[in-house]
Design a protein around this ligand. Structure first.
Ligand SMILES: Cc1ncc(C[n+]2csc(CCOP(=O)(O)OP(=O)(O)O)c2C)c(N)n1
Ligand SMILES: [Mg+2]
Length: 892
């Protein structure tokens, strides 16, 4: 590029200004220089209308200047050796596993790129216990698991045999799960992070929940941090970015994101034509985070420092990520030509470096000094969350086997040559002859490396990750709060939502239990009639209430307080469920038995945030998910997007979730009381889903039968036997939720009009019944010569005569799942299909779950058994006013 005279003048002029600024810097320091620059910008604008272009980014260089770096506090050489050992064992774990069993999978290149990020953290930052008894919590990137196992192996925490069984969990003696799963490794992993995006959003809400615990006086405020190690590709998940303003709004300076910017995801570059680091910087700066870029290693310091005219930094900022990735796999000559060759002045800057040296110039994320400086700055920063954007090379150290290549994410096998090169590059003392097996390597306990590593961990309070139950169990759950609900409402109509809210309010008043309860609501409290709680326990706010609420003069004003108990999350089910998880796992993470109740529109639960609920299950989260405004025909008016008739089907797959669709107040009381007991007194790794509805109905008294409680919990009991003991025609009606009241009406019609004596059974949980029946079935298969076990549903319904008609506000598949265990003909009525904007009566007619359809279904079933004739049916259709040609709700 030719230089013009004015170019030259401009360069000179710029230099003079830069020199002056340097002088100010040396005299007054960075703050003074910053103020001066601001004044200059202001002057330029007011005096001459110069508007500086808006920029959300800073130049493509490290945020922390070399002069600001703290000295490295450990032995770099020793830490490099330890890191090499971790690298080797992580790689060997995956390579061996795939040699032994083709296709078992695993990831090498994720950890290879992140090894320095982890090792500096492990040796200097991640505190299993702080001096004040707090702890840091760490979300490890799921695909980096081999590196975390490899380190635990060096620490002596995981035996070699388990390493050999990586991804072979069912082998004798057990193995290691592919990714972090507390369910599978409950003493080790704390946070399942491998479904991308769930780690970052959970980390944000966890950090916020810690502040909540502190502000409410449930946990002393002692400075633990939440670290989240994330992938740059992962940041594309909406969950990764969707809640970042919460973190800055709540001033979460206990939160540190470390994004491993290896510029690649699975298929190829994250931003081939752009720059992921700059893009993330802009997003997070805009959202109010402290952003620390770690782009260039120490090797670059001199070059950048001598770049007086900013030519190099400008050029570095022009090159796209796709091109940088190309440099990683190309020769030094190519790098020189392509990056520096654009300007002779740039070429001159690197003429003292050989191609070989150029090719080996380290990136920031592979340089412990740079990484350490960033971590130190992050932990010392106050008032804001911090994100560290560290540039690395994916598959670092793999050379031809995958370093920087698009295929590297999937690389699981190395041939002998590649293994040899890796071994030699990292100096692992394994002879060539043994390399083929990719053996693990651990120096003896008294080796310098192991002693150093152990000393570092001891200094930082112990090993990480380590999961354990840190809370002591509750003693008991007092009966007193629940008894009122056993009595019924004497004909007064209340909805099950109102019942639940009343129970919650009572529990909140309990001197012991009350403070542990965490009500979580995504902007729906008024819908559920919960506004009285605003005043009773307050809404949590990290700053209290800085304004005078408009409804201050009312009894139930919108009270925000620093020690407020309600987490009013706003319209974010994803965020709310993360608070639920943070509260429901505090028994292990923080030794505090918080009991979350997350109350939401049932339609926006499983189908919207099912993956987070799955993660909650994995984490052995406790608590109650309360699906409000539930039922396809019970939520009137709202229509297709709101009316939920399938969340109970979506709840079926979650193994440790108990799901209930209660009809009556006493059922709710029994389920919640027993739930608290099982989770917080017995310490079971289960959690609950309850649907509650908004239809006001008269709540009956609990029948006086000692088996009721067990029946409610197991999922089925006889609620009301027919009084017509002499009837010839008999039927059994099974009802759930609000549809129970249609069933009760049907019972009456059947008796009065058709001479059918029908018993009414309450099915509180199809899921419980299904699970129990399967359990028996399986046991019977495996123990064919023992007396067969009889499922609870069969035992309970045995002897009840006539067909079984089940009706609920959910899909027909729920009762049908019990088909083979119901001792007789089963007919299932349910709400398959899209909802409609309508009133309840019309909806129930449309979905064929109202009393008249239950009656018809019963008569048809009796006719099928030849107990009544077709003429009765024909007449019934007319009498009941049913249009046989109406559209099928399941597909219309
Ligand atoms: C929700 C979700 N979608 C897809 C995947 C499959 N997956 C696993 S790793 C990966 C690429 C990860 O890239 P990045 O976040 O950049 O991490 P890196 O391995 O590069 O550090 C993908 C797509 C997943 N685990 N979770
Ligand atoms: Mg990546």
């Amino acid at each position: 590029m030719a230089q013009t005279e004015s170019d030259g003048l401009e360069v000179l002029e710029t230099r003079e200004w830069v020199d002056s600024l340097d002088y100010v810097l040396s005299r007054g320091g960075p703050n003074r220089a910053g103020r001066l620059l601001q004044q200059l910008a202001l002057h330029a604008r007011t005096a001459a209308g110069v508007n500086l272009p808006f920029s959300a980014t800073t130049p493509y260089q490290n945020t922390i200047a070399p002069a600001q770096q703290p000295p490295f506090p450990g032995s770099q050489e020793m830490e490099r050796r330890i890191k090499s050992l971790v690298r080797w064992n992580a790689l060997a774990m995956v390579v061996r596993a795939n040699k032994i069993q083709e296709g078992i999978g695993g990831h090498i290149s994720t950890f290879a790129s992140a090894a320095t990020l982890y090792e500096v953290a492990f040796n200097h930052f991640l505190r299993a216990k702080t001096e004040t008894g707090d702890r840091d919590v760490v979300y490890f990137q799921g695909h980096a698991a081999p590196g975390i196992y490899a380190r635990a192996y060096l620490e002596g925490r995981i035996p070699k045999e388990k390493l050999q069984n990586f991804r072979r969990e069912l082998r004798k003696g057990g193995g290691l799960s592919s990714y972090p799963h507390p369910w599978l490794m409950p003493d080790f992993w704390e946070f399942p992070t491998v479904s991308m995006g769930l780690g970052p959003i959970q980390a944000i809400y966890h950090a916020r929940f810690i502040k909540y615990l502190e502000n409410r006086g449930l946990k002393p405020s002692t400075g633990g941090k939440v670290w989240a190690f994330l992938g740059d590709g992962e940041m594309d998940e909406p969950e990764s970015l969707g809640s970042i303003t919460l973190a800055s709004r709540e001033k979460l300076d206990n939160l540190i994101f470390v994004v491993n910017c290896n510029l690649q995801r699975l298929d190829g570059p994250v931003r081939g034509n752009g720059k992921i680091i700059q893009e993330l910087e802009a997003i997070f700066r805009g959202a109010g985070w402290n952003v620390i870029k770690v782009i260039w290693g120490t090797d670059w310091d001199n070059l950048i420092e001598n770049d007086r005219d900013g030519l190099l930094v400008k050029r570095m900022g022009e090159v796209s990520d796709g091109q940088y990735q190309k440099y990683f796999v190309e020769s030094g000559a190519y790098f020189r030509q392509n990056l520096f060759g654009s300007d002779p002045r740039l070429l001159k800057m690197v003429e003292h470096l050989s191609d070989e040296q150029l090719a080996r110039m380290r990136l920031g994320g592979h340089d412990p000094i740079k990484v350490h400086a960033a971590y130190r700055a992050a932990v010392e920063h106050s008032g804001q969350p911090t994100i560290i954007l560290a540039k690395t090379i994916k598959g670092y150290g793999l050379g031809e086997a995958g370093e920087g290549k698009n295929i590297t994410h999937q690389q699981k096998k190395l041939n002998d040559d590649e293994l040899r090169l890796f071994r030699s590059r990292f100096g692992i003392p394994i002879p060539d002859a043994e390399l083929h097996e990719a053996p693990f390597y651990r120096p003896s306990d008294d080796s310098a490396e192991i002693k150093y590593l152990q000393a570092r961990r001891q200094q930082l309070g112990g090993y990480m990750p380590e999961r354990k139950v840190r809370a002591t169990a509750l003693q008991s759950v007092p009966d007193a709060h629940f008894e009122e609900f056993h009595k019924g409402t004497d004909g007064r109509e209340v909805s099950t939502t109102m019942v639940f809210v009343r129970l919650l309010a009572k529990l909140l008043r309990d001197p012991e239990l009350g403070k542990l309860i965490v009500p979580i609501i995504p902007d729906e409290a008024r819908t559920f009639g919960m506004e009285a709680l605003f005043r009773q326990v307050g809404i949590y706010s990290n700053v209290g209430q800085l304004y005078e609420p408009v409804d201050m003069d009312t009894l139930l004003y919108y009270k925000e307080a620093k020690n407020g108990q309600i987490l009013e999350e706003g319209i974010t089910e994803a965020g709310s469920v993360c608070s639920f998880i943070a509260a429901g796992t505090a028994y292990s993470n923080h030794g505090i038995n918080t009991i979350p109740f997350f109350i939401y529109y049932s339609m926006f639960g499983f189908q919207r945030i099912g993956d987070l609920i799955w993660a909650a299950a994995d984490m052995r989260c406790r608590g109650f998910l309360i699906g409000g405004t539930a039922g396809r025909t019970t939520l009137a008016g709202e229509g297709l997007q709101h009316q939920d008739g399938h969340s109970h089907v979506l709840a079926l797959p979650v193994p440790n979730l108990l799901a209930y669709d209660p009809a009556f107040a006493y059922e709710i009381a029994i389920i919640i009381q027993d739930g608290i007991r099982r989770m917080y007194v017995n310490g079971e790794s289960i959690f609950y889903y309850l649907t509650v509805t908004n239809e006001p109905l008269p709540m009956p008294e609990m029948p006086k039968d000692e088996n009721i409680r067990a029946g409610v919990l197991k999922g089925l009991y006889r609620f009301k036997a027919s009084g017509k003991t002499d009837a010839k025609l008999r039927a059994q009606l099974l009802g759930s939720g609000t549809i129970m009241f249609e069933v009760l009406k049907a019972q009456q019609i059947l008796e009065e009009k058709y001479g059918v004596a029908a018993d009414v059974w309450s099915v509180t949980s199809y899921k419980q019944l299904y699970r129990d029946a399967n359990d028996c079935e399986r046991w019977n298969m495996l123990h064919p010569s023992d007396p067969a076990k009889v499922p609870y549903v069969t035992q309970t319904l045995q002897g009840a005569s006539g067909p079984f008609i089940a009706a609920s506000d959910y899909m027909k598949v729920l009762p049908e799942s019990l088909g083979k265990w119901v001792p007789g003909q089963l007919v299932s009525l349910g709400t398959d299909g899209f909802g409609r904007s309508e009133g309840r009566a019309s909806l129930r007619d449309f979905f064929e779950v109202d009393a008249k359809h239950i009656v018809l279904a019963t008569l048809v079933a009796l006719a099928r058994e030849k107990q009544i004739g077709p003429d009765v049916l024909k007449k019934a259709v007319q009498e009941l006013g049913i249009n046989p040609e109406k559209a099928n709700p399941a597909i219309s």
